[in-house]
Write a protein of this length. Structure first.
Length: 141
């Protein structure tokens, strides 16, 4: 499994908790994968997960006392029943992520090596760590 992490320059806390995704099928077949394909794979996987989480929020859940206490401590108790239905186009999401990389809004690091070319082959194994680093643009000149 690939481990995905997200960081922002200047922040100690990560953008999100690390999570795992299955490697692209090309890796198992021994074929090379480009950074463009890898970004697309991660984005499509996350869009699928988002849609699943959104569907789960539509269901009402009985909460335990512990869940209520944790929700109160966090400032929001959620029992589901949300009808929020955000349509997400996976291919548009991939295009946006690729464009953001090309525009220099984030860096991609695989196993401590920064990747700079979208169409360059990624030295990826089935257990690689993929880190997205969000860059902060500074105002002024």
């Amino acid at each position: 499994m690939l481990t995905i992490s997200g960081k922002a320059l200047g922040r100690k806390k990560p953008l999100f908790d690390d999570y795992s995704v299955a490697p692209p099928t090309a890796i198992a077949a021994g074929q090379p994968v480009t950074l463009r394909e890898l970004i697309g794979h991660v984005v499509r996987t996350e869009v699928t997960g988002f849609k699943q989480r959104q569907a789960e929020r539509r269901l009402l859940k009985a909460l335990t006392a512990k869940q209520i206490t944790e929700g109160l401590a966090a400032g929001k108790v959620q029992a589901g029943g949300s009808e929020l239905d955000q349509a997400v186009d996976p291919e548009q999401s991939v295009a946006t992520a690729v464009e953001a990389f090309a525009d220099g809004l984030y860096l991609v690091v695989v196993d401590e090596a920064e990747l700079k070319e979208l169409d360059g082959v990624v030295p990826l194994t089935a257990s690689s760590r993929l880190t997205f680093i969000r860059l902060t643009m500074l105002a002024g000149g």
